[in-house]
Design a protein around this ligand. Structure first.
Ligand SMILES: Nc1ncnc2c1ncn2[C@@H]1O[C@H](COP(=O)(O)OP(=O)(O)OP(=O)(O)O)[C@@H](O)[C@H]1O
Ligand SMILES: [Mg+2]
Length: 206
């Protein structure tokens, strides 16, 4: 028996976690066997790597170090959590996965999308999500939403509006070349409207 691997992507504040919560509730209500994980993190080792990545004191971090730390956390969660769950027939929902590295490090930090794609494959041993929902939103709107949430920005969120716009272009390019894996959703819609689209896409597949 083989499960299903679903990931949520988009710039900071586009609504990923909101939709993850709605999907978790929906799967619970329907008695589905699922696990929910987030990147970076989701394992003891991964959570420690996450602290290093998001720590505002780490201003010396180079783009290559950043990329390899993300890939290290990803390798760990893939082998320790995601693969075993899929093999056991579970649905795995992941709040961010390797498309984040392609968009943030590959495009916005300028390391090259192809270069990052190779490292992504090395980190996951070739595992890819079955479906990826990309919530498309302008950097301005996402910033306004994050402002309302009232949390202190982390090291990566502090990189600014231009950076978030570059991340968005990275996602748009990935979606164009994903051969149907990445479903682009207009994130200006209400959370309920967005979730209806997610449910429709998943109908008959979970
Ligand atoms: N469709 C929506 N319309 C308006 N506001 C929304 C919508 N979805 C989420 N929000 C609000 O926008 C803010 C950011 O949403 P959320 O935390 O889900 O984004 P995120 O993509 O998980 O962000 P991060 O990348 O920082 O984790 C929250 O305050 C949330 O309530
Ligand atoms: Mg979130």
């Amino acid at each position: 028996m083989s499960g299903m691997f679903i990931t949520f992507e988009g710039i900071d504040g586009c609504g990923k976690s909101t939709q993850c919560e709605l999907l978790k509730k929906h799967l619970e209500d329907n008695g589905k066997d699922f696990i929910f994980v987030r990147e970076p993190g989701g394992t003891v080792i991964g959570e420690r790597i996450r602290e290093i990545l998001l720590d505002k004191k780490n201003t010396q971090m180079t783009p290559r170090t950043e990329l390899l730390l993300f890939e290290a956390a990803r390798a760990q969660i893939t082998d320790e959590v995601i693969k075993p769950a899929i093999e056991a027939g579970k649905i795995v929902i992941c709040d961010r996965f390797f498309d984040s590295s392609s968009a943030y490090q590959g495009m916005a930090r300028g390391m090259g999308m192809g270069f990052v794609a190779n490292l992504n494959m090395a980190a996951t041993g070739g595992l890819k999500p079955d479906i990826t929902f990309f919530f498309d939103l302008t950097a301005e709107e996402a910033l306004a939403r994050r402002g309302k949430r009232g949390e202190a920005s982390d090291r990566i969120e502090l990189a600014g509006l231009k950076f978030q716009e570059d991340v968005r272009s990275g996602y748009l390019e990935l979606a164009k070349n994903s051969e149907g894996r990445i479903i682009t959703i207009d994130a200006m819609q209400s959370p309920e409207e967005i979730f209806e689209q997610i449910k429709k896409t998943l109908e008959g597949r979970i």
